[in-house]
Write a protein that binds this ligand. Structure first.
Ligand code: ADP
Length: 639
């Protein structure tokens, strides 16, 4: 580790970001303080959490605090905390040279130009570039920090001009102090910038943005004691925030704004959540839960490893685990929030918690609460639900597949694209619209709804006025398979071989023709035998010449594809059935060719072309594209 003073350059992206901050016209500049306090609070959380297993890391007298020291004469403000602090390397990493992925994304959005200046505060928080917002108000920033467990401190200083200085320093205690020197005169275009060294301003800003922070935000203030002649000014430490953890307060006392602010604090998502679920359970177990359903997939951290949910677990207001995964199943991992238990033991280990019965019961209750809230939203506010669903629907549907007891409820909340509607529909809505003779729910699996919508498989259904659900999420194949039926109606693939779509007479007629064409159908099978198990006449095609259907026992082709991808094995594809439309001119031409003995080669080529076409129509790829293309060219020339 280097100890000397060094002057370093910010990475280009950070410089660009600083320029944006420095020249920002955004009027709510006070959010810099929210960002600093929020960082301090995170640092205190970290220290307190680490101290559970390393008591020597505890703060003096277990007191954790954030302190503001304004200096009106110097036009400066110091924000300090006795949190975890940073090592020199961490300072360089977090505040210095490395443009973290967040910074890059932030800049991309800004450069794209469709974000207005008014979006800046949301974006600052969302992309984790909060510290740099200091440069909206300050022309010089100094950061002095000492990491818990280390004896040396680090001093970092920058004027936002593209460089920063870093050197070894001293600090009495672990923690971080950030000193801002405010810009002298705001440019006239910037409007009125408040004086951030004024007690009243600071009190207001803290109240507004950081009241729920559970650590005291302290500041020395002057108070008059005594009256008249006796009156004298005394200094005392005031706590600027009310500190009461939001979730311990009554729902009726919490404003919408406070819920939102707390969500931001918790999730670092600076958009409004869709909903807050806040309740107190009393009886066998006493606990309070506050769960937020986000609306959009804002800045969910990229998922790595096994998907798991993350809720904060408190016991009597003490944070036990910042990312406890047992309180919600993985398919609800987009939910942010916390549970504060009154009766779990404080010194409980993570391992014990995982198998704790009480935790299991809380989990059940939470899932039910979430599913009920979603059901209500679906019923009463479809528009918002649609936004939510397009972001998180695929995750929620994993709940059908995992089927830990909520399969039916989750299925009822699921929306699917349908061949008949442009907006997605629920299964119940689908059933309600089914024609009387229809007994099953039909679906078609594929990779995109456009290809599916023009699939030959749909033709007969559409001709009969039946809807087909067009399922394109990778999870759909497995979810549908697990669900099996909904409200007593079996779910059936429209690709399945044995879908009954014709009347008795039609069936009889087709079977007769089938019998008559027996030899011909066998002859078509010949050149396709590597891929096709059977060739028969179709009862479902209207405009297309041929279609591939699954043998009723076989796996559907999407499942096969997924399993092939997951297992990375060259699983042999199960052979399917090629159905031909006897009314189609192309098929009739095939029949003619079969009748003329000199055309055997042409007949085979026709078979291969028809098979290739059926594959393309359903969005599958060809086994031998070069050969297909050659055959097609030859045919085009002949015509
Ligand atoms: P964010 O807080 O959203 O990650 P910031 O730019 O505000 O983004 O901060 C960058 C990082 O610097 C933080 O994630 C944290 O690791 C570190 N940091 C900032 N302030 C402090 C502090 N007061 N104490 C300890 N670490 C801090």
């Amino acid at each position: 580790m280097s100890t000397e003073t060094s002057t370093m350059e910010f990475q280009a992206e950070v410089q660009e970001l600083l320029q944006i901050m420095i020249h920002s016209l955004y009027s709510h500049k006070e959010i810099f303080l929210r960002e600093l306090i929020s960082n301090a609070s995170d640092a205190l959380d970290k220290r307190r959490f680490e101290a559970v297993t390393r008591p020597e890391w505890q703060a003096e007298e277990e007191k954790y605090w954030i302190r503001l020291d304004p200096d009106p004469e110097q036009q400066s403000l110091t924000v300090s905390d006795n949190g975890i602090g940073m090592s020199r390397d961490e300072v360089v990493q977090n505040i210095g040279t490395i443009a973290r992925s967040g910074t890059r994304k932030f800049l991309e959005e800004l450069r794209s130009g469709d974000k207005a200046a008014t979006d800046l505060p949301q974006m600052i928080g969302q992309f984790g570039v909060g510290f740099y917002s200091c440069f909206m108000v300050a022309d010089e920033v100094e950061l002095l920090t000492r990491k818990v467990g280390e004896s040396k401190a680090t001093l970092w200083q920058s004027e936002g001009d593209g460089r920063y200085r870093i050197e070894e320093a001293e600090r009495d205690q672990p923690g971080t102090t950030i000193r801002l020197h405010f810009k002298e005169k705001p440019e006239p275009s910037e409007g009125e910038t408040p004086d951030f060294t004024e007690e009243w301003t600071l009190r207001n800003v803290v109240r507004r943005y950081s009241d729920f922070v559970e650590y005291p935000i302290e500041m020395e203030v002057e108070k008059t004691e005594g009256e008249g002649e006796e009156a004298k000014a005394v200094k005392e430490i005031a706590v600027l925030n009310s500190r009461k953890p939001l979730w311990t307060r009554d729902r009726s006392d919490i404003s919408e704004e406070e819920y939102q602010e707390f969500y931001r604090h918790l999730s670092h998502d600076w958009q409004e959540p869709m909903e807050a679920i806040h309740f107190r359970a009393e009886g066998t177990h006493d606990y309070t839960a506050l769960l937020y359903l986000p609306k959009q997939k804002a800045m969910m951290p990229p998922e790595g490893g096994e998907p798991r949910s993350r809720l904060q677990l408190f016991v009597k207001r003490i944070l036990i685990d910042p990312e406890f995964s047992e309180l919600l199943p993985p398919w609800l991992r987009f939910i942010r929030g916390l549970v504060d238990s009154e009766d779990l033991p404080l010194n409980i280990s993570r391992e014990t918690l995982q198998h704790n019965r009480q935790v299991g019961q809380i989990r059940k209750r939470l899932v039910n609460k979430v599913l009920d809230a979603l059901a209500k939203r679906l019923q009463n506010d479809r528009e918002t639900y649609l936004v939510f669903w397009s972001a998180f629907g695929p995750m929620v549907k994993e709940g059908i597949y995992h089927d830990d007891g909520w399969k039916e409820k989750v299925a009822a909340l699921s929306l699917f694209q349908s061949s008949a509607e442009s907006e997605p529909v629920t299964l119940a809505e689908y059933i309600e619209r089914m024609p009387e003779q229809q007994k099953e729910i039909y679906y078609l699996l594929g990779e995109d709804s456009k290809t599916l919508a023009s699939s030959p498989h749909l033709e007969a259904f559409q001709a009969k006025g039946m809807e087909v659900l067009l399922l394109t999420d990778p999870v759909d194949a497995f979810a549908i398979d697990r669900l099996h039926e909904f409200e007593g109606k079996p779910l059936k693939s429209a690709e399945a071989g044995e879908v009954e779509l014709e009347s008795e007479e039609e069936k009889e007629e087709r079977e007769k023709e089938q019998e008559a064409r027996k030899d011909l159908l066998k002859a078509v099978e010949e050149p396709l035998q590597d891929w096709v198990g059977e060739v028969r006449l179709s009862n479902r095609l209207q405009d297309s010449p041929a279609v591939l259907v699954a043998d009723s026992a076989g796996m559907n082709r999407l499942q096969e594809k997924l399993i092939r991808e997951i297992s990375q094995q060259d699983l042999p594809a199960s052979k399917r059935i090629l159905e031909l439309n006897p009314k189609h001119p192309v098929v009739q031409r095939l029949f003619d060719l079969h009748g003329s003995p000199g055309d055997h080669d042409r007949f085979e080529e026709y078979c291969q072309l028809l098979y290739g076409q059926a594959l393309l129509a359903e969005g599958s790829s060809l086994p031998d594209p070069a050969k297909f293309s050659k055959l097609l060219s030859r045919l085009l020339v002949e015509q």
